[in-house]
Design a protein around this ligand. Structure first.
Ligand SMILES: [Zn+2]
Length: 389
């Protein structure tokens, strides 16, 4: 260094040479691409390019659409847009009940060949007998039920975690019990029926315990959590709609339990629950904004920065959580030359203005991360290389 200074050579220590690593294409089993029905929030086209930028070559789209894919003709509307506009592989969910209203089973039989699994995501299936019927049907069709677990009776108008922050700031809370009560019921039903059951976006420590126990007992159960539940908790909340999602950011003890569960294999995969909304819908603070944040472009950099670089998780294990494990559970093969390349030395600040997604609301805005997607290929064809290809 001294020699360099004397010689008048500037030694740039802040720009290390690129450290490019190539990974199997990521697979996100929980996204909302909003089409058909809500193309002002996101489209199959913008969602799939955002996914490609995030390193994903396969995603599963949730059925809270208009029309809800609850019959073959309704599903066909989504499939035809996917066929036309998707730049990556998209596997839709079929709804469990007609219009996700919880009152009548959807036409699961006719949709089964064209859907990855069944879910009423966005809401819980309230009736136990309805869920039992759905599981029996799914079992006979060889399909998974993926459940958003939420007991409506326990919500009491809540919109953030029923914890210290809510009490200190006069907000209505969502108790953890509203999540784990339904998981507890569904584990019992899954054991009774033998149906393969997957729990969406777990957020609290009680859910972890129930699933850990059920797995030990040999139940056919898997679960996912999302990056925000692993990296943030209620102490990070701000009076801003970009911190509002369902389930909500829980307490620090919940976050610790989720991290432990990711490390010991109780949590099988990390999904984003990418749920874009319009700027207006997210501009009404914690109480008035819509539930949901955008997340598919930031998942890998966040997890790499806050879990791998902090030595909570190995890079290899993170890739399993983002690709191998979800693919195995949901029967989504890694096709040849479906891959993504990342510069792990690139450091930058998350700026929603850069998002390809139409949804800009993220609690991670302004946070510094490592990891920039250099390119993503689907069947060897470049779909992202710094811009939409
Ligand atoms: Zn959900």
């Amino acid at each position: 260094m001294i020699f360099l200074k004397k010689a008048g050579v500037r030694c740039n220590m802040t720009a290390p040479s690129p450290e490019i690593q190539i990974f199997p294409g990521f697979c996100d089993v929980h996204v909302h691409f909003r089409e058909p029905g809500f193309s002002y929030k996101e489209t199959i086209r913008t969602g799939s390019y955002a996914a490609a930028r995030g390193g994903y070559t396969a995603v599963c789209t949730m059925p809270n659409l208009k029309p809800v894919p609850d019959s073959l003709p309704h599903l066909q509307e989504e499939l035809s847009i996917i066929e036309k506009d998707a730049c990556i592989r998209i596997f839709p969910y079929g709804a469990v009940t007609v219009d996700e209203a919880g009152e009548k089973l959807s036409d699961m039989e006719n949709m089964a060949p064209d859907v990855v699994a069944f879910s009423d995501d966005g809401r819980g299936v309230q009736s136990e007998s309805m869920m039992r019927n759905a599981m029996e049907k799914a079992k006979s069709l060889g399909k998974i039920i993926a459940a958003h677990c939420e007991v409506n009776e326990l919500l009491h108008g809540g919109y953030i975690h029923d914890g210290e922050y809510a009490r200190a700031h006069g907000h209505s809370g969502i108790c953890s019990e509203s999540e784990w009560r339904q998981i507890e019921r569904d584990i019992r039903l899954s054991k009774e029926t033998g149906c393969a059951y997957h729990v969406c976006h777990i957020s609290c420590r009680e859910s972890v315990e129930l699933i850990r126990k059920a797995k030990k007992e040999g139940a056919d159960i898997t679960c996912e959590t999302a990056p925000h539940y692993l990296i943030l908790d209620e102490n990070d909340l701000q009076e801003d709609g970009r911190f509002k999602m369902n389930p909500p950011l829980r307490g620090p003890a919940d976050r610790d339990a989720l991290l432990e569960a990711v490390c010991d294999g109780t949590i099988d995969m990390i999904a984003t629950d990418h749920a874009p909304h319009s700027a207006e819908e997210k501009a009404k603070g914690l109480s008035g904004s819509a539930f949901g944040i955008t997340g598919i472009e930031t998942a890998f950099p966040l997890l790499y920065t806050y879990l791998v670089r902090k030595r909570i998780l190995s890079l290899e294990r993170l890739i399993s959580l983002l690709s191998g494990n979800p693919r195995r559970r949901f029967g989504i093969p890694l096709e040849e030359e479906d891959l993504t390349a990342w510069d792990l030395s690139a450091e930058y600040t998350i700026d929603p203005k850069d998002f390809v997604s139409m949804g800009k609301a993220t609690p991670f805005a302004g946070m510094s991360v490592f990891g920039k997607c250099m390119y993503t290929k689907v069947s060897g064809k470049t779909v992202w290389n710094g811009e939409t290809a």
